[in-house]
Ligand binder design. Structure first.
Ligand SMILES: Cc1cc2nc3c(=O)[nH]c(=O)nc-3n(C[C@H](O)[C@H](O)[C@H](O)COP(=O)(O)OP(=O)(O)OC[C@H]3O[C@@H](n4cnc5c(N)ncnc54)[C@H](O)[C@@H]3O)c2cc1C
Length: 597
């Protein structure tokens, strides 16, 4: 990635400090060592501290990220930061947005609202430069007596046995050894930990180049995400516009495959491109520029005995959809409560298997969406371009076609519906979209927001007269005044929901029965994983089920020449004839022939 550094932000410098561990004659053993202080590692440390567990973070650099990579932080990530008590600063600084618009050429195709419902503390997204996100976390870490963040210390070797992980650390002085019961590798896409252990990291590389131009400018664009397909100012390619704090705007311009990077990163060349987009009257200054390509990659498994991978070290996606940093933070949200229970001897070690299962499914979903978005934005074949343009043409007047438009399916919390930690449904009559495995939907309670009440522990939401008590489960009683949650969760007398520490729902029922709730809790700690058959509803990708059908349609053309493709399309149309009525055909023909206004 070629880049030029930002102007409105000056990176704080944190100097190397010698640790007393370096002067010990034998390696000091810590419960947890985290390698890497990006978003994933920093949140992991704070989450451990919030559970009373100390850790060491080894950080190769002496500052936060150089230049903002991530800017879009999603609701679930912010709910996690809220749980850690740090969200106010981010919401104050960040640009809140819920609405996105998609344009085709010069016309608005459609707009969407990611959070049309009331009763939520946290918005769908904020835009905040990654360096602020990291800096705020670092500030909190420096205040924490439980976190030892070691700047300018670099993992250069790692090995493990059944008992421990042994790490060799390079410092500006001499190298030293450290031991850990568990090591969390959050050391980014090049992950030295992964490389040292020789673990494959495989996937797909995309040849398309994108230019990021963060600029400062005065204008009246609303605080929405705007995405253009084939706009006049970047013909045949795409463009993206986002507002950030400090009067900074992110413009992302697709550049194509065959480019001269040195020529394209030239500041005058970039300004010329931006003038074409913004017009000659808009005054702007370049803030940070960069050209990037991307890959979708992953490790097969994230847990390797005592070494656990999270964030970019474990998986990588394209920026479309904002699933990178958000995915990493959600990895550690899943991992840390489990590790804390294991370290406190409240759960067996096999609970970590569920981190592998659950985040592996989440990674597959992220890669699926990321790859599809990339294929939609930069179609790889003539036929795929034709389908793409047909969908865009139809979208203005046809809601079905809008479901096919993919400018990046924006990060939403993964639903662990197939998790072995979930109990079976005890009752089936739930008049709510909420299912087991979903993250707890926020709601207004009589005395605040649900997500504030949930906190760090297991929670039991109960409506009605109950007498349930458990040392490790916080009971939250829903009263008749809590109408928002009653409606969202379909609470009726004696209904309950059991929610895990990362706020995912694992069990619910219509009668409060201590034995059932306790056994659901034990199951969520991995104690009964293989004993009950899971009866959850397969949900992976259902929200975007048309994406898969669309992909199948394009994949069917692989290896065909133009006339073979045309023949296939004609045959498909004739076969669809059998499935539709005369009236439907007339209707479809009229829609397809409608000229773009
Ligand atoms: C252009 C662009 C735009 C993006 N936009 C978004 C977005 O809007 N939203 C989003 O969610 N994501 C976005 N991303 C992705 C996001 O930036 C990454 O997914 C995120 O930074 C990953 O965080 P991480 O902590 O896992 O890894 P990193 O941020 O890479 O952090 C790894 C850390 O490990 C340290 N390290 C490495 N090796 C060692 C070692 N040997 N010893 C000690 N420390 C080491 C590094 O110095 C670094 O601090 C974007 C990415 C790009 C490139």
């Amino acid at each position: 990635m070629k880049w030029v550094k930002p102007k409105t932000y000056t990176n704080p410098i944190f100097h190397y400090q010698r640790s007393p561990d370096q002067d010990k004659s034998t390696p000091v053993r810590h419960q947890v060592v985290i390698v890497g202080g990006g978003p994933t590692g920093l949140v992991a440390a704070l989450d451990l501290a919030s559970r009373g567990i100390s850790c060491v973070i080894i950080m190769k650099e002496n500052t936060v990220v150089l230049g903002s990579r991530a800017i879009c932080f999603a609701k679930k990530t912010l709910e996690i930061i809220n749980r850690l008590g740090l969200v106010d600063k981010m919401l104050d600084k960040g640009i809140v947005w819920n609405v996105g618009k998609v344009f085709y050429n010069e016309d608005l195709s459609y707009e969407f609202n990611l959070l049309p419902e009331d009763g939520h503390k946290i918005p769908a997204f904020i835009n905040l430069q990654q360096y602020y996100f990291e800096e705020y976390l670092v500030d909190a870490i420096h205040e924490s007596p439980l976190i030892d963040l070691r700047w300018e210390q670099e993992l250069i070797d790692v090995e493990q046995d059944e008992e421990k992980v042994k790490i060799t650390i390079k410092t500006p002085e001499e190298n030293y050894l450290l031991e850990a019961e568990y090591l969390i590798a959050c050391d980014g896409v090049k992950s030295p930990t992964r490389t040292k252990l020789n673990i494959p990291y495989e996937g797909e590389k995309f040849e398309e180049n994108f230019l990021i131009a963060d600029i400062t400018m005065e204008n009246n664009f609303p605080t929405e995400r705007w995405f253009w397909f084939d706009p006049p100012f970047n013909k045949d390619y795409s463009a993206l516009l986002h507002k950030q704090p400090d009067g900074v705007w992110r413009i992302d311009l697709q550049l194509g495959q065959e480019i001269d990077k040195d020529e394209e990163i030239d500041q005058e060349r970039i300004k010329e491109r931006l003038r074409q987009m913004l017009g000659d009257d808009v005054k702007f200054e370049l803030e940070w520029t960069s050209i990037y390509q991307f890959r979708c990659m992953r490790m097969a498994k994230f847990v390797h005995n005592r070494i656990i991978f999270a964030g970019d070290s474990a998986h990588l996606v394209s920026p479309f959809g904002a699933r990178g940093a958000n995915g990493g933070v959600q990895d550690v949200d899943n991992l840390i409560w489990k590790l804390a229970y294991i370290l406190k001897k409240q759960a067996p070690r096999n609970l970590l298997n569920s981190y592998d299962e659950e985040r592996s499914d989440a990674t597959n979903e992220n890669i699926f969406h990321s790859t599809n978005a990339t294929d939609f934005i930069s179609p790889k074949s003539e036929i795929s371009l034709q389908f793409r343009n047909a969908a865009l043409d139809l979208a203005q007047h046809n809601s079905f076609a809008r479901t096919l438009i993919n400018s990046g399916r924006l990060s939403n919390p993964f639903r662990y519906v197939n998790s072995s930690l979930n109990s079976p449904e005890f009752d089936t009559e739930w008049e709510t979209e909420i299912q087991l495995g979903y993250t707890a939907k926020d709601a207004v309670l009589n005395d605040g927001f649900l997500i504030d009440s949930l906190g760090n522990d297991f929670s039991l939401l109960v409506y009605g007269q109950i007498s349930f008590q458990h040392d490790l489960i916080k009971v939250i009683t829903i009263s008749d005044l809590d109408t928002d949650i009653i409606q969202k969760y379909d609470f009726r007398d004696n209904s309950w929901y059991l929610i895990r520490p990362d706020h995912h729902i694992i069990a619910r029922g219509r009668t409060v029965d201590t034995k059932t709730i306790t056994s659901a809790f034990q199951r969520a700690l991995g104690e009964k994983q293989n004993q009950t058959i899971i009866e959850s509803i397969p949900d992976l990708f259902t929200k975007y089920k048309n994406d898969d059908k669309y992909k199948q349609l394009i994949d069917a053309h692989k290896g065909l020449n133009k006339s073979e493709s045309e023949l296939l399309n004609s045959k498909l149309l004739l076969l669809f004839l059998e499935k539709i009525s005369e009236v439907e055909l007339k209707d479809i023909l009229a829609t397809a022939k409608k000229v773009k206004e």
